[in-house]
Ligand binder design. Structure first.
Ligand code: NAD
Length: 480
């Protein structure tokens, strides 16, 4: 088992702190361990971050920030393979996916390093001798709290713009994937030019370390990605100290297939993102297929073929097409939904236990597809976060929009049609922060993401993602 330290107030610390083991979900064995920090460690990190902002040029020197971030990107680029292997062991995802996840951060960090130097405000001539300058300033000390499913992407998605905007950042990674998160941060804190204390990583439970960050008066903003119920609690607990809170929460995304769509592309894209990618443990997973009635049978037949014989196995095995469910709790939750589906709906394909594995130790689940679902069933209304798809049909585009919007979530959607008018009507009608037309799950550093409805508040990525980590100040010059 590889032991990692946490990074607080410019020092690597583990002495005298208990260890949280990180379990490989494909074998049930402990692969790494991180310090089980407690709320008392948070204060030292906050004080160091505030000192660093007061004494260094970090907040005021965009070129320094850009240079440090470019060095960090270069170091990640040289370490993709080692980090990806560790990510697979901690998360259970396929190695190819882990390599993509780590490698893509190089591009995200470089984009944000450029944005650091492009951050600007505006000015107004407000009278013959009066000028208003509206400057963008950093929030101060930002806590980034992230989940385990795409732990490196979702950490960097907040950390990179927060640093680019001139903040100090204290990160609380998900405990299940904290080892690889610490190693990613190591590549940053060893970069020349980063002032001591500007960055910290506190490992430990959400209910202690995370909660202490949320409540600490020395933290100015919480950027949280995770479950909706956790996010709602964070919004409530951040209120007494009036912190800014950005929330990126769960989803139950509709995937609309019209009769005129390219069926091969629609079916392979859907299968890829609800089953194969991270076993459907993605916030944007297209978990609800809405298919035009006239092609329902044909599409279901193709989907059944697509999942037939999918090889579920360890992420490090090149023969695996689907990896392991990351946590035991999540594994049991998904199995519970599959059992519910067998009672409430029709199991159209899949849903059988994976053969030849030790189910007491390994979290392997095969895909399941349910038809004849009640639109108000938890199968349709709740985020399952696993390889489970429900199928509903629609007779008109108005009905497709109504079904698509009929959950508390609004994170993302897919629309497959060759008809431009239908694509426009559907993508404008669906209440979601992202709508992919004839594609799915394409993320770019340049384009904003975020949730409508209970999927979140605030936007990450792009210019809005950078601005999320700033506040404006109006300075009024009067020489009358
Ligand atoms: P989670 O809410 O259980 O945990 C997320 C993080 O919050 C972890 O680091 C955890 O330790 C911490 N935490 C837990 N309790 C806390 C508390 N009281 N105070 C402060 N921090 C606390 O979520 P998860 O199970 O790790 O992730 C899965 C969820 O994340 C799913 O709902 C998924 O849809 C969502 N998600 C959303 C996005 C998005 O961009 N919208 C992306 C990925 C995942």
């Amino acid at each position: 088992m590889r032991k990692h330290a946490a990074y607080v107030a410019g020092e690597w610390v583990d002495a005298g702190i208990g260890c949280n083991a990180i379990i490989d979900p494909a074998s049930g064995k402990a692969v790494s361990g991180v310090p089980a920090m407690a709320s008392r460690h948070v204060d030292a990190a906050v004080q160091a971050a505030r000192r660093a902002l007061a004494r260094s040029r970090w907040a005021s020197d965009a070129r320094l920030r850009a240079d440090v971030m470019l060095r960090w990107a270069e170091r990640i680029e040289r370490n993709v393979d080692a980090l990806a292997r560790q990510l697979t062991l901690e998360n259970g995802k396929l190695l190819s996916e882990a390599q993509f996840e780590i490698g893509n951060q190089v591009n995200v960090i470089r984009f944000n390093a450029g944005l650091a130097r492009a951050l600007s405000g505006h000015s107004h001539s407000l009278g013959p001798k009066v000028m208003g300058v509206v400057a963008r300033e950093p929030m101060g000390v930002v806590a980034v709290i992230s989940p385990w499913n795409w732990p490196i992407s979702l950490l960097v998605r907040d950390l990179a713009p927060a640093l680019a905007a001139g903040n100090a950042v204290l990160s609380k990674p998900a405990s299940q994937t904290a080892g690889v998160s610490v190693e990613l941060l190591r590549l940053l804190v060893e970069c020349d030019g980063l002032p001591e204390g500007v960055v910290g990583m506190l490992t430990g439970a959400g209910g202690s370390v995370g909660q202490a960050l949320v409540e600490h008066p020395g933290i100015d903003m919480i950027a949280f990605t995770g479950d909706g119920s956790t996010g709602k609690g964070i919004a409530r607990d951040a209120a007494p100290t009036v912190k800014k809170v950005a929330l990126e929460l769960g989803g139950k995304s509709p995937f609309v297939v019209c009769a005129d769509a390219d069926m091969d592309k629609a079916v392979s894209t859907l299968a890829r993102f609800i089953f194969l990618t991270t076993c459907g443990q993605i916030c944007t997973a297209p978990s609800r297929l809405l298919v035009e009635s006239s092609v329902e049978k044909a599409v279901c037949g193709r989907l059944a073929e697509a999942i037939d014989g999918i090889k579920v196995g360890p992420g490090l095995d090149p023969a695996s097409q689907m990896g392991a469910i990351t946590t035991r709790g999540q594994y049991e939750k998904i199995l519970g939904f599959i059992e519910l589906g067998k009672k409430e709906a029709v199991l159209m394909a899949g849903g059988e236990p994976v053969a030849g594995v030790d189910h007491d130790q390994c979290n392997f689940i095969a895909p399941a597809i349910f038809t004849d679902v009640d639109p108000q069933s938890p199968l349709v209304q709740e985020e399952i976060f696993g390889p489970v798809l429900t199928v509903q049909s629609f007779a008109s585009d108005e009905e497709a929009v109504q079904l698509a919007n009929d959950t508390p979530f609004g994170l993302a959607a897919g629309v497959f049609t060759r008809n431009l008018d239908r694509a426009w009507f559907l993508s404008r009608g669906i209440k979601a922060g992202t709508v992919w037309v004839n594609n799915y799950n394409r993320f770019y550093a340049e384009t904003e993401v975020g949730g409508y409805k209970e999927s979140g508040v605030g936007r990450m990525a792009g210019f809005d993602g950078l601005h999320e980590f700033t506040q404006t100040k109006h300075i009024n010059f009067d020489s009358t």
